[in-house]
Design a protein around this ligand. Structure first.
Ligand code: GLN
Length: 202
């Protein structure tokens, strides 16, 4: 079984650990560079992307994490985690750090300031049937490079007209990202996709 870390700066760390275990991986929180060096894959939970990048700096994880991602570490970012994995953030704070790994430009708080959260049923490539998606001050992907596979889009939700589709889930190699929070529903299938990516990369 692969060992998958959950970056434990902020966010639903316990929920991700539980989902990964249910999806067939060993999982543990990661707070130090030594722990990061042991894992076969890493989940970056939601939270607040600027705060997370500040915490990464103070835990001296920013550069080690950049290096591991550049070296091909499989990673799964949800919400603020997606923002961190992007190459660029629009509407980010000035001290927002990017880890790279995904050739995408994301827009932070994209669905509108007044919108705290909403839920939607999505088609998700590689998952049969609907995926219930919980969005909390979520970003969307504004631009995706040629090497990026779009896994899910939304339309007809707050801030998005019925005839417009916004990208909310992507994959590039072994890096997966969702604008929503699969760890907040009982559905383990998105985590299972990630565990499969980690297994294939091993
Ligand atoms: N709005 C947050 C940010 O900009 C992301 C919210 C989340 O992770 N649920 O980082």
């Amino acid at each position: 079984e692969p060992l998958i870390g959950v970056l434990a700066m902020q966010g639903a760390v316990r929920e991700h650990v539980a989902m990964l275990a249910e999806a067939g991986a060993r999982a543990k929180p990661v707070r130090r560079a030594a722990e990061l060096s042991e894992v076969d894959g890493l989940v970056l939970p939601g939270g607040e992307s600027t705060t997370m990048s500040r915490l990464l700096e103070s835990f001296e994880l920013l550069e080690p994490l950049r290096a591991r991602i550049a070296g091909g570490l499989p990673a799964f970012g949800s919400c603020a985690g997606m923002i961190l994995l992007a190459r660029q953030t629009l509407d980010g704070r000035p001290d927002q750090q990017q880890l790279g790994g995904l050739d995408v430009v994301v827009r932070r708080n994209a669905f509108g300031r007044q919108v705290d959260s909403f839920e939607a049923d999505l088609d998700f490539a590689g998952v049969e049937g609907d995926v219930r998606a919980v969005f909390i001050r979520a970003p969307w992907v504004e631009k995706a490079g040629d090497g990026v596979e779009v896994l899910a889009t939304v339309s007809g939700v707050p801030g998005v007209a019925e005839d417009t589709a916004r990208i909310v889930a992507v994959r590039q190699g072994a890096v997966l990202a969702t604008a929503f929070h699969p760890e907040l529903t009982p559905d383990v299938r998105v985590h299972r996709l990630f565990v499969d990516l980690v297994r294939k990369a091993a």
